[in-house]
Design a protein around this ligand. Structure first.
Ligand SMILES: *Cc1c(COP(=O)(O)O)cnc(C)c1O
Length: 236
């Protein structure tokens, strides 16, 4: 696509999403700048990342290690903040620690230990969120995350790791069904994690279809892809 056309398209979509974030924030008496917009660029080219950077975006996310590593390396000179939001195979965790600034999807003590090893090796410190399962009983396919029984153990594994900082919780609300009760469970998980680390204030929730509802329910970070970049091209 013509670069000017794409720039115009991204400018208008980003402005629209930012305005919706700001209005939702005001409804719950928060400042728009208290909400971090993380743009999920999975399946989109690095040229879009450069355009979004020119438009002021600094927080970017990917959900697959290989793509994340390639893109983060290609635009290393921009000094972006990279968020890893996908399921983590523990044999990839140490590599993810070489470029990710924030990992939203820590769902086991084992993954936490591997991230910590990688972070030490690369002399980095990484913010980690515990991914909390928000699946209800009717879920056919789990969307990942720890259940209530393991929440504390995973949070403590992060908190006690030297190169990791326990920063909060992340959840993927069910696509259909009772989002309100899913956000409520995420809120309870957030309180439990803050009882371990009071500074762990991040609540990462909300995507293109529900970011306003997530902000009303207490999200501090929203992860938005298609509402800004468009419907994803078929995954290669
Ligand atoms: C793709 C993805 C998003 C963004 O989804 P959109 O519906 O495109 O906004 C958010 N979070 C995670 C974990 C994702 O994989």
């Amino acid at each position: 696509m013509n670069g000017d056309l794409r720039r115009a398209e991204l400018t208008s979509a980003l402005t629209g999403v930012s305005e919706r974030i700001a209005s939702a924030a005001r409804v719950v008496d928060r400042q728009p700048q208290d909400i971090t917009l993380v743009v999920v660029t999975k399946s989109w080219p690095v040229s879009d990342i450069r355009l979004l950077h020119e438009l002021g975006v600094r927080d970017f996310a990917e959900n697959r290690h290989q793509d994340a590593e390639t893109k983060a390396t290609e635009v290393a000179e921009l000094g972006l903040r990279w968020h890893f939001v996908g399921q983590i195979q523990s044999n990839k965790a140490a590599r993810i620690a070489s470029y990710a600034d924030v990992v939203h999807s820590v769902d086991s003590a084992r993954v936490a230990r591997r991230l910590d090893l990688g972070a030490h090796k690369h002399d980095r410190e990484i913010d980690c969120l515990v991914q909390v399962s928000l699946d209800d009983e009717t879920a056919q396919v789990g969307r990942g995350g720890v259940g209530w029984a393991d929440l504390e153990a995973v949070a403590i594994a992060i908190h006690s790791a030297g190169a990791l900082r326990l920063a909060g919780v992340m959840g993927l609300a069910p696509a259909a069904g009772d989002r309100a009760s899913a956000y409520q469970r995420l809120g309870e998980a957030s309180r439990a994690v803050r009882s371990i680390a009071p500074s762990a204030m991040v609540v990462s929730a909300g995507m293109s279809g529900d970011f306003e509802a997530a902000i009303l329910a207490g999200a501090t970070h929203v992860r938005v892809g298609s509402a800004i970049l468009g419907e994803r091209p078929a995954l290669r």
